[in-house]
Design a binder for this molecule. Structure first.
Ligand SMILES: [Zn+2]
Length: 293
């Protein structure tokens, strides 16, 4: 599915700086993660040339008993938790949304739970996702207008969108610069962009290198630079607090600590009916709200 990029000597291609001297941060899963010598952006070397990533987001990605590092234990079973997190984020967005337009595009919408929550609050929801299974669920089970592919596959006219969201999406993209440029084209002037993504400088330290799932590793500064370059002004940045189901959280921590049998804890909680019980905790992710210039 994926491969090591061809060596370019000491130069890597940074989405912000072009060909650039870069230092190796870590080699993981057969990928080189490098830091740009000019802007400090950390990324998988050659991310832009990766192909067939859609196969990574199929099969057991969203439902795998042993998923502890990549993917989810049972994404759709945690539907009520995704909906709760969506309500919190929508409240933040709605406090800042100006004008009467209610068209919202969620890039990397997965099964569409955020869009469902948005629709219930009066938004006109559109979504796009690379995963065939997730798109099928969003269409069939939730009746949502969701496109399979990337943002450029959405048939929305320029300047027609009021809010674009990338919730835990931008770190998965092969070219976040291109996606944000497309978001800027679709958004009307003054429209909002909301991004959540792991913060490489996050204080909590629960941070994993996990290519090819995560291809870009942002700090507040590198994300702000990318937003500035693509036509946005940052209005808000804060630590993201999120609800997690206990089974999902336990399995993630187990994986993070590299402990054996990651699903043992999750199964034990599920067997006594506590697996879907949720707790709200601070995460290593940042929420950034930016406005289209
Ligand atoms: Zn750079």
């Amino acid at each position: 599915m994926h491969r090591l990029p061809a060596s370019m000597g000491d130069l890597s291609t940074c989405v912000l700086c072009g060909p650039t001297p870069a230092t190796l941060v870590v080699a993981a899963n057969g990928f080189r993660i490098v830091r740009c010598g000019r802007c400090n952006l950390v990324f998988v070397d050659g991310a832009r040339d990766l192909e067939n990533l859609d196969t990574f987001y199929s099969g057991t990605y969203y439902q795998g008993e042993d998923n502890a590092v990549y993917g989810y234990r049972d994404y759709t079973a945690d539907r009520s938790i995704h909906l709760k997190n969506s309500q919190v984020l929508l409240s933040v967005i709605e406090r800042r949304a100006t004008g009467s337009g209610r068209v919202l595009l969620d890039v990397g919408c997965a099964h569409g739970f955020f869009l469902r929550a948005a629709q219930a609050r009066g938004w006109v929801p559109h979504g796009v996702d690379i995963s065939a299974e997730a798109v099928e669920y969003a269409r069939r089970d939730l009746g949502l207008a969701v496109t399979r592919g990337n943002i450029d596959d959405c048939r929305l006219p320029p300047l027609s969108v009021d809010v674009v969201t990338l919730i835990g999406t931008i770190e998965h993209l092969t070219d976040p610069m291109r996606t944000l440029r497309s978001a800027a084209r679709l958004l009307r002037s003054g429209g909002l962009l909301a991004i959540t993504t792991p913060d490489i400088e996050g204080r909590l330290g629960y941070f994993s290198w996990k290519p090819p799932e995560h291809l870009f590793y942002f700090s507040a500064r590198t994300l702000a630079r990318l937003l500035d370059e693509t036509g946005f002004v940052v209005e808000l940045r804060r630590i993201e607090w999120k609800y997690y189901g206990l089974a999902d959280l336990g399995q993630r921590l187990w994986g993070y600590w590299g402990l054996p049998n990651p699903n043992r804890w999750a199964r034990a909680l599920e067997s006594v009916g506590l697996g879907r019980l949720s707790v709200k905790i601070p995460t290593n992710e940042m929420l950034v709200i930016a406005r289209r210039r």
